[in-house]
Write a protein that binds this ligand. Structure first.
Ligand SMILES: O=C(O)C1=C[C@@H](OP(=O)(O)O)[C@@H](O)[C@H](O)C1
Ligand SMILES: C=C(OP(=O)(O)O)C(=O)O
Length: 430
């Protein structure tokens, strides 16, 4: 499916969708437990992949309007009857690979074309260090994977600059092992706030972890047991970033996002980035409300070391702001659903922006010329599709974004919200 987004203004109030990262963790944590109620979950293509994995390991997930009833597999996963298909979800694949290493049979994990090209090698090496079996069928560090255990725990050494999801996976599974797991980081941790999210969810499920010099430890023999038998998912700041970008670029009378409460999410840094660029933006943290309106913006330098998922949004805002926006520390953003550094450089250049792409840096000379509507490839990547659709609101004429069905990965109602806020969007089945 394609969407035509024509230059238009937006405004009104919109509720933040629930967090994908918290939902994945809560579903798996409930799987490790006897069970739990997960309130306000994100139900999307990616989180459904985690639900399927919990079911493959012997749990069950019942979907209700505003909550999930998860019956857990209570620590020890069954040997799945079939291959686990993680679809497009890196988080699912990393988290449930480590779960597979707790079982005493073999699990086969695969995913779509994109996921089968993303790096899994460091996690496979880590399971190997714990004396589990972890192999890439093509011997290239990518899925399909064959993983088995049971691992007893121990010490692993792992790079920190490829994906923080390896650390999350080892911490979550490590609590179930007999001996616990100590993780030593070989290189500086990127995407670190995602490990903070993990620690926050684990705490809520009664599981303790510890940060040590250059790493983390989790004691073994712990039980997952959420207070009151339930867990509530907060709003998603990666999704909120598109709504705030719409507001700052295209809402002369303002746009309000509700359900935006503070949490461990690094991507709430979008608030600070927009304020540094000069946006008229206020965040009432207690009320969970952010108000933003169309503003004259000026380029800034932003590191995305902690916040890789913000790169596409910031690139679009930078293309409209006056002056230069420099996005640094972005190498790990190349290991996502697509190489997002290259994808944004290519699409925004096609729309007339002046961009220089280096391996770890994206430099955007904004404001020199207006963006022009054209046809851009969404690269089957939800974040590329959503950020380019925001660009379409301010580009001259009409921007056609291809392959928009992939927003289902993290923000299934994105185009409904854009339409309800007044954006000029037309979807076609091209
Ligand atoms: O753990 C998580 O929920 C995530 C971690 C990040 O990935 P990396 O740790 O691979 O950078 C982020 O990009 C992804 O969207 C979600
Ligand atoms: C990279 C992402 O997710 P995952 O790693 O789970 O595929 C994302 O949502 O941008």
């Amino acid at each position: 499916m394609d969407t035509d987004v024509s230059q238009s203004t937006v405004g009104g109030t919109v509720q933040a969708p629930p967090s994908k990262s918290y939902t994945h963790r809560a579903i798996l944590a409930a799987g490790y437990a006897e069970g739990a109620t997960v309130r306000d979950p994100l139900v999307s293509a990616d989180t459904k992949a985690t639900m399927r994995a919990v079911e493959a390991y012997g749990g069950s997930v019942e979907r209700h309007d505003d909550h999930l009833e998860v019956d857990g597999f209570d620590g020890l996963p069954d040997v799945p009857d079939d291959v686990i298909d993680c679809a497009n979800s890196g988080t699912t694949m990393r988290l449930v690979t480590a779960t597979a290493a707790l079982g005493d049979g073999l699990t086969v994990l695969t995913g779509d074309d994109s996921l089968r090209s993303r790096p899994q090698g460091p996690l496979l090496d880590a399971i190997d260090q714990l004396d589990g079996r972890a192999e890439s069928t093509r011997a290239n560090g990518q899925a399909p994977l064959v993983v088995g255990g049971p691992v007893a725990g121990g010490y692993v050494s792992i790079p920190g600059d490829v994906s923080s999801q390896y650390i999350t996976a080892l911490l979550m599974a490590g609590a179930i092992t007999d001996e616990g797991v100590e993780i030593g980081l070989e290189t500086e941790l990127k995407s670190a706030p995602y490990v903070d999210i993990t620690i926050e969810v684990l705490e809520a499920f009664g599981v303790e972890t510890e940060s040590i010099a250059d790493g983390f430890t989790v004691a073994g023999g712990q039980s997952y047991d959420p207070a009151g038998g339930e867990y509530t998912v907060p709003g998603d700041f990666s999704s909120i970033s598109y709504l705030l970008a719409m507001g700052a670029l295209a809402a002369p009378d303002g746009l309000t996002v509700t359900g935006a409460y503070p949490s461990a999410q690094g991507d709430s840094a979008i608030v600070d980035v927009l304020q540094r660029m000069g946006a008229d933006l206020t965040w009432d943290r207690e009320a969970g409300e952010i108000h933003v309106s169309k503003s004259d913006l000026t380029g800034v330098e932003v590191s995305v070391a902690d916040t890789p998922d913000l790169l596409p949004t910031i690139a679009v805002i930078g293309a409209v702001a006056d002056g230069t926006t420099t996005i640094v520390d972005c190498e790990h953003v190349r290991y996502k659903e697509t190489d997002r550094v290259a994808a944004m450089a290519e699409a925004l250049s096609a729309m007339g922006a002046s961009i220089e792409e280096e391996h770890d840096t994206l430099t955007i000379h904004g404001g020199d010329s207006d963006l022009d509507g054209t046809t851009v490839d969404g690269r089957a990547d939800h974040r590329i599709i959503m950020s380019l659709s925001v660009a379409g609101l301010v580009a001259d004429g009409t921007t056609t974004v291809e392959g928009i069905e992939h927003v289902d990965v993290s923000f299934p109602h994105f185009f409904d919200e854009l339409d309800a806020l007044g954006g000029d969007v037309t979807t076609s089945r091209a």
